[in-house]
Ligand binder design. Structure first.
Ligand code: AMP
Length: 417
């Protein structure tokens, strides 16, 4: 048996974990400013929840779900995205009956059986939000503005936001008919995949990498919007411009999932090659009702943490790291004192790795320097006799004797470094 992480997955370690953590922290603080509350839903849900919400013909449901049957013959899928679970929670707990608006965010792993490639994983991580109960364009705009703030708080300011409206259940069918007529005339020159999509979801043909570029004169949805959808879209654009969001109107942006209505958007990075989408989302006014709840307007997004972590310029400083120290007892008798000093340092916010005795001092010091420690506190026979530790500053190698009880104050007094 070879021991290997499953294809398309990887272990996150070292600096990458630190970046994930920094992103999570940035997002949490922005969500707090916008008053979104965290929701943690299960990592698996009934397979039907996803096929009903994402649509049977979406790529995700057609070919990317990890689905399994449990011993009671129930069929579950590992969640491929976060919205379905949040909407399920909203309906199951009858949250619509509270009235008003409800705002949630989530952070966690998602699973899609995609062909692995750079920036595309089978287990990847998303941060997203869902905002229920607000039908107006301000909610769409504030969602986009909030995402921009998360990106900037994390150190990414180089992005553009593609936007479009895909209408609603009144105007989209008219567009769909017009598009279908246009596509039918060209069906012979289209790929088999596109001809199949024409039957199930013609708007997705525009998404096709092979055929999309050939269809540059296809009708665009903006010409088919009804008055309400048009007004909604215009206000959405104006609010984003007012906020200085770098917009790119893309009338062909349709998004892969069936549940969107009106505003759709995608954040794109110029630095990520083929997998350039950092975040995406839109309005989905029909989804709650589609899943059996009362009709509730909603807007949401998800960002790809893996992508943001790779798009962040290298050298972006990490959130200030705590001061680090290592406490080294030279022999067993010094361990109780070493633990006491370690506890007093941690109580003051200094990071101290668990104390151990027995290894060579030189090795322990070398290891401490490697791990980024700023201080070493040494306790041997002489130190026990004088009740004072040898405190070594690992940056400038200066060493001084400091009374055991004064060690935390000594480190603080020198600015921690
Ligand atoms: P989606 O749910 O497909 O709209 O995806 C939202 C965001 O999640 C995308 O813009 C990507 O940043 C990220 N994402 C989606 N699929 C993957 C994947 N397989 N691997 C890594 N990131 C992904």
């Amino acid at each position: 048996m070879t021991l290997q992480a499953p294809k398309g997955t990887r272990d996150l370690s070292g600096a990458e974990v630190a970046s994930f953590w920094a992103l999570e922290k940035a997002a949490r603080s922005v969500f707090e400013l916008y008053q979104f509350e965290e929701l943690r839903t299960p990592i698996f849900e009934s397979a039907e929840l996803f096929s009903r919400s994402l649509g049977e013909t979406s790529d995700v449901v057609e070919k990317e779900m990890f689905t399994f049957t449990d011993r009671g013959e129930r069929t579950f899928s590992l969640r491929p995205e976060g919205t379905a679970g949040v909407v399920r929670h909203f309906i199951e707990n009858n949250l619509a009956s509270k009235g008003g608006v409800q705002r949630f965010f989530y952070i966690g792993p998602m699973f899609r059986a995609e062909r692995p490639q750079a920036g595309r994983y089978r287990q990847f991580y998303q941060i997203g939000s869902e905002y229920f109960g607000a039908a107006d364009a301000a909610a769409d705009a504030e969602t986009v503005i909030m995402i921009a703030q998360i990106l900037r708080a994390f150190g990414i300011s180089d992005f553009t936001v593609q936007v479009n409206s895909i209408g609603d259940s009144e105007c989209r069918p008219r567009y769909r008919d017009a598009l279908l007529m246009y596509l039918e005339k060209r069906a012979d020159s289209l790929s088999e995949e596109s001809r199949r999509r024409m039957k199930t979801n013609p708007m997705r043909v525009l998404d096709s990498k092979v055929d999309g570029p050939k269809l540059s004169d296809a009708p665009i949805i903006l010409d088919y919007l009804n008055d309400d959808c048009r007004r909604h879209h215009e206000l959405f654009l104006q609010l984003l411009r007012d906020a200085g969001i770098p917009l790119h109107e893309n009338p062909r942006l349709v998004r892969g999932l069936d549940y969107y209505t009106r505003s759709v958007f995608e954040f794109v990075s110029p630095h990520l090659g083929a997998q350039s989408a950092l975040a995406a989302g839109g309005r989905y006014d029909d989804l709650v009702a589609l899943l059996g709840g009362p009709k509730t307007p909603a807007v949401g997004f998800a960002l790809g943490m893996d992508r943001l972590v790779s798009a962040r310029p290298t050298g972006t400083p990490h959130n200030s790291m705590p001061t680090k120290a290592v406490v080294i007892p030279f022999m067993a008798e010094a361990v109780p004192t070493a633990l006491r000093i370690a506890r007093s340092l941690r109580a003051e916010g200094v990071a101290v790795a668990p104390v151990s005795v027995g290894k060579k001092l030189k090795n322990q010091l070398a290891h401490a320097v490697d791990s980024g420690a700023n201080w070493a506190i040494l306790i041997g026979e002489d130190e026990l006799k004088t009740n004072s530790a040898s405190v070594k500053n690992l940056s400038n190698r200066e060493q001084s004797a400091v009374a055991f009880d004064d060690v935390p104050a000594h480190i603080k007094a020198s600015g921690g470094r």
